[in-house]
Design a protein around this ligand. Structure first.
Ligand code: 5GP
Length: 382
């Protein structure tokens, strides 16, 4: 049962919340039938909170996952095996519910049969809201980590090998919201707020706040922009959600979080000779090129064939030792293209070398892979 400790956990959040939310979170002794595990910074959690605020629901207590020991704790993983926010515990039904979409649909129906949050199945209203929610869940949510994750592991940006590629896709998908946004508004599906507003607005707050940190524009269509501005500036629930999410993101900024993220706070702006080759300012004999990398002949070859393979955007990889989990996709791409580069250079057998540090012979501090061949290569190398 929850508890004063839960209240303490949420103190920073409460400071941001309007009185009705304070009631929500402070009805500890009454033991409300639903507990939502969530924090203000979670955009997926904000999807559910926004719905609760619109409906002024009193029966859901919002507590921090820290109350169960944090997202990775055994107790929290029982509520949401993915270790993500939000999660809902339903005391009377004896159900544990992960996933914001499922929670929002359940609570939308539970606390208001009918209405904009639970239009009848098969109605045009349901179709419109579902279409926008699906756009959010399938095309935006899986790659939103590119906006704020420091050093993601594995395929953190879905199918995209780099943060830049994921950000490109994210920006493209933001613009596509316009296809489905209601022209007259003021809400995404017309006169009343719906699940679609709750799904998309918090994620767009992230996008609006974070894209400029990566020197990218938050660009959406005119109807989407009108809707976003309206929620941000005149809709009380929208304003409240904006304050919660935006303030939490700024809180991360205050703790220096962006300083560890390449492209956001951390910038690698020094121009190398290879940047000039990529830009075409210095001529080179190109051997291979794709979106992410370029291979060209070395100007001072140490063998009959000597090609350099480089990432077009260094992304802080001045040398191999700078590699972070977020570089895994780019490094994998470079390695997977060595064969194509060697083939384009007419090589059969060849050696692949990366010099890491001046003592090892590195002279250009922009990661590059030497592909060397065309003669017998001695081993060990000297
Ligand atoms: P490192 O010694 O850093 O491992 O390798 C740098 C390589 O870049 C050297 O082999 C050097 O010959 C090559 N290089 C330096 N400047 C240029 C240039 O302007 N054009 C080309 N094609 N290669 C260069």
């Amino acid at each position: 049962m929850l508890s004063r400790r839960a209240l303490l956990c949420l103190t920073p959040a409460l400071a941001l919340q309007a009185p009705s939310a304070r009631r929500l979170t402070t009805r500890m002794s009454a033991a409300p039938p639903y507990t939502l595990y969530d924090l203000p910074v979670s955009n997926n959690g904000a999807r559910v909170r926004m719905l609760l605020y619109y409906k002024d629901v009193k029966d859901v207590e919002i507590v921090s996952p820290m109350e169960l020991g944090g997202l990775r704790s055994e107790d929290y993983l029982k509520v949401n095996p993915q270790g993500k926010m939000p999660a809902l515990s339903c005391r009377d039904e004896n159900e544990l519910v992960p996933e914001s979409d499922t929670i929002a649909r359940f609570l939308g129906g539970k606390f208001d049969a009918g209405g904009a949050f639970s239009p009848p199945a098969g109605s045009i209203e349901a179709l419109k809201a579902d279409r926008l929610c699906r756009h959010h869940d399938v095309y935006l949510a899986p790659i939103q980590g590119c906006l704020y994750k420091a050093s993601p592991q594995g395929q953190a940006y879905g199918a995209f090998p780099t943060r830049d590629a994921a950000l490109d896709e994210f920006q493209k998908q933001l613009k596509l919201i316009e296809r489905y946004a209601d022209e007259t508004g003021p809400y995404l599906c017309g006169a009343a707020p719906s699940q679609a507003d709750c799904a998309l607005f918090p994620t767009l707050i992230f996008a609006d706040t974070m894209l400029p940190k990566f020197d990218r524009e938050f660009t959406v269509g005119p109807n989407t922009q009108k809707w976003f501005d309206m929620l941000k500036s005149t809709d009380p629930v929208g304003q409240r959600i904006y304050d919660e999410v935006h303030s939490a993101l700024e809180g991360w900024a205050g703790k220096g979080r962006w300083d560890t993220i390449h492209g956001a706070g951390l910038r690698d702006t020094e121009e190398t000779i290879f940047d000039k080759i990529v830009a075409g300012d210095i001529p080179s004999e190109k051997v291979y090129e794709d979106d992410l990398c370029l291979a060209f002949k070395d100007v001072a070859p140490c063998a009959p064939v000597h090609v350099l393979l480089i990432p077009k955007h260094r992304n802080d990889l001045s040398q191999l030792r700078k590699a972070q989990p977020e570089h895994v996709g780019l490094l994998g791409h470079l390695m997977s293209k060595v064969g194509a580069v060697a083939e384009a250079a007419g090589l059969d057998d060849y050696r692949v070398v990366v010099n890491d540090g001046a003592g090892a012979g590195q002279t250009v501090f922009h990661l590059h892979v030497h592909v060397i061949g065309g003669r017998e290569l001695a081993w060990p190398p000297g």
